[in-house]
Design a binder for this molecule. Structure first.
Ligand SMILES: Cc1cc2nc3c(=O)[nH]c(=O)nc-3n(C[C@H](O)[C@H](O)[C@H](O)COP(=O)(O)OP(=O)(O)OC[C@H]3O[C@@H](n4cnc5c(N)ncnc54)[C@H](O)[C@@H]3O)c2cc1C
Length: 418
């Protein structure tokens, strides 16, 4: 954390003039994302081989003020929509998957604070400061002994009217050592049930991160997703007022699944571009020869287009669910619509994460050894290794089990609907 939080009572509008929002129009943010993706691509192999934070790409993202892309303009951000931020993730992923995944994870935290902290002066002020200093936010939802079930916690908050403290054994906090704040889940009190959770913003300056092990992974090596013993304290106002169950259902899961899917689609798109270039070069070098790679390329392009179409449908559904929430309370929302939305978001995650791997597998078959070896224009080994994290980031089997329960609770579809 580079600067302390200012007086929480200060108005966001007063400290965040429109001039702070450097990215206002669509072409400007798109071009900015492409510049950042070019930087990310330049260092992607080094980030991967050294398993280090993509510092150059994040310096560029901060310079372009893209860390505050989704923060409303009233706080000094660009106020971009989820679809726009998804497009940025997809663009970045074509340069470096780790950069794009870190960017996506940061935006998920921003969305949770914006959606559920707008009534809290402390969180409003935090968003203003994020825009001003281009802070980076991380997440600690998983916990040792709990596995991937983020809807339960073992650790509990200790709080009085003024202050809180928390200690958590977190097996994975991506870029934890580089973050300015970490959003941590915990049980509301020491007496609370495991599923009665809150979400707390722990500021870097008031958080001790004791490293537990190293991040020497198969892929997504630049995310530096190390394990930590996290010990944090701060003002009681740093705890988001909405129960975590609501934050997770309404914001964290749908935003995670759409932005992660955008990242994986971007990685697959970059691999397909490499396959197209390989196929063109092959056709040029052997005019008239018919390569079986053409069939695979057509298949890979078709799969990629299905991923893009599925993502676009999910973004429409997320937009509609958000609009509906603005008009009715959670209690009024029809149960069938809520269950349908949750299962749609689940299947988005499971289908895109596995199809992205299928696409890159096809690309590897097309490019052959040129794809398998590192350091060629057609290398896709890093893409494949990075994408193997996709079905594990909240295990697809766990999600499928949850989807099955949601489907069981839904009424049979009317004819012509699924
Ligand atoms: C690149 C990357 C970055 C990450 N970054 C973060 C981060 O920043 N912050 C964070 O908190 N977490 C992070 N995670 C962790 C992640 O989101 C999941 O929580 C984690 O991947 C789940 O860990 P797991 O596979 O050990 O556990 P599980 O999901 O528990 O899976 C382990 C095993 O349990 C099985 N299983 C599935 N469902 C059940 C069930 N209902 N009952 C019993 N067993 C079941 C699975 O099939 C599997 O065999 C990251 C993960 C990756 C890959």
């Amino acid at each position: 954390m580079n600067a302390p939080l200012l007086d929480p009572a200060a108005s966001a509008a007063a400290t965040a003039p429109a001039a702070l929002a450097a990215i206002e129009s669509e072409p400007a943010w798109r071009a900015a994302a492409q510049r950042c993706a070019a930087v990310a691509a330049q260092f992607a192999d080094a980030v991967d081989s050294d398993a280090r934070f993509p510092a150059e790409a994040f310096a560029a993202l901060k310079r372009e003020r893209l860390l505050s892309a989704m923060v409303p303009a009233a706080y000094g951000g660009a106020g971009l929509s989820l679809a726009d931020v998804g497009a940025i993730c997809e663009t970045l992923a074509q340069g470096c998957a780790s950069t794009a995944m870190i960017y996506a994870m940061h935006q998920i935290q921003v969305a949770c604070i914006d959606e559920h902290g707008s009534e809290s002066p402390w969180h409003r002020q935090l968003l203003t400061q994020l825009c001003e200093h281009q802070w980076l936010f991380a997440s600690a939802t998983s916990e040792e002994t709990i596995g991937g079930n983020m809807r339960t916690s073992a650790c509990a908050v200790e709080a009085d009217a003024e202050r809180f403290s928390i200690e958590k054994l977190a097996p994975t906090i991506s870029y934890g050592a580089h973050a300015d704040a970490i959003l941590v889940t915990a049980r509301r009190t020491a007496e609370s049930a495991a599923a009665d959770q809150v979400l707390i913003v722990a500021l870097r300056d008031e958080t001790l991160l004791e490293k537990r092990g190293v991040w020497d992974s198969m892929g997504m090596r630049g995310t530096c997703s190390e394990g930590f013993r996290l010990v944090a304290s701060g003002l009681a106002g740093q705890i988001l007022p909405t129960p975590f169950a609501e934050i997770a259902d309404q914001t964290m899961l749908p935003v995670s699944h759409t932005l992660w899917a955008s990242v994986w689609t971007g990685v697959a798109a970059d691999a397909v571009n490499r396959a197209k270039a390989f196929y063109r070069a092959q056709a040029r070098s052997k005019p008239g020869a018919i390569s079986p790679a053409g069939m695979r390329l057509a298949h890979a392009v078709g799969l990629l287009q299905m991923m893009q179409a599925r993502l676009s449908v999910a973004l429409d559904a997320a937009r509609a669910a958000h609009a509906a929430r603005l008009h009715e309370s959670q209690a009024d929302a029809p149960l069938a619509a809520m269950l349908g939305f949750a299962s749609d978001m689940n299947t988005l995650k499971t289908s895109i994460s596995s199809t992205a791997l299928d696409v890159v597998h096809e690309v590897m078959m097309i490019c052959g050894m040129a794809g398998y070896k590192n350091g060629t224009p057609y290398s896709v080994g890093r893409h494949l290794r990075d994408l193997y994290s996709a079905p594990l980031m909240i295990n697809n089997d766990r999600i499928a089990q949850n989807t099955a329960s949601l489907l069981l609770a839904q009424r049979p579809a009317a004819p012509g609907r699924v």
